[in-house]
Design a protein around this ligand. Structure first.
Ligand code: ZN
Length: 136
């Protein structure tokens, strides 16, 4: 459900609206699964499922989706920072974000901020990683 919510949120941010087929395409799932999920989100008070595949988020749905997207971004930045290969990042984040706690995410976010504010440390960390790779 979280993946759908994230995708719905991002699509609305980008286009101003969302249709079930947008989500089906971007998550590579059947339109009927998207419809089911949208109806479920509606039942939970997170959104309003409309006819012809339209969907809007309620305030609660918007808040939750925004949190999920922020968590996704933090984890994505983190994996990028520690040198995970780009092609694996999306998949890894999608797995991690379901398990990691809010507290750990906040700690990771601090670590990212620290590296951003101390670029020389970041550079030496990246160099350290490259050097240790050569040693393999
Ligand atoms: Zn995600």
């Amino acid at each position: 459900m979280e993946d759908y919510l994230e995708r719905i949120y991002l699509t609305i941010e980008e286009k101003g609206y969302v249709r079930s087929r947008d989500i089906a395409t971007s998550l590579n799932v059947l339109p009927s699964s998207v419809t089911k999920m949208m109806q479920k989100l509606d039942e939970r008070g997170l959104g309003n499922y409309e006819r012809y595949g339209g969907f809007t988020l309620t305030d609660e749905g918007h808040k939750l989706a925004k949190k999920l997207v922020e968590k996704h971004e933090i984890l994505e930045n983190f994996l990028t920072l520690i040198g995970v290969e780009e092609k694996h990042i999306y998949e890894e984040v999608e797995r991690l974000e379901h398990y990691i706690s809010k507290e750990s995410t906040i700690c990771i976010s601090k670590l990212i901020d620290f590296f951003e504010q101390n670029p020389s440390i970041k550079t030496s960390y990246i160099k350290y990683c490259k050097d240790s790779q050569k040693g393999n």
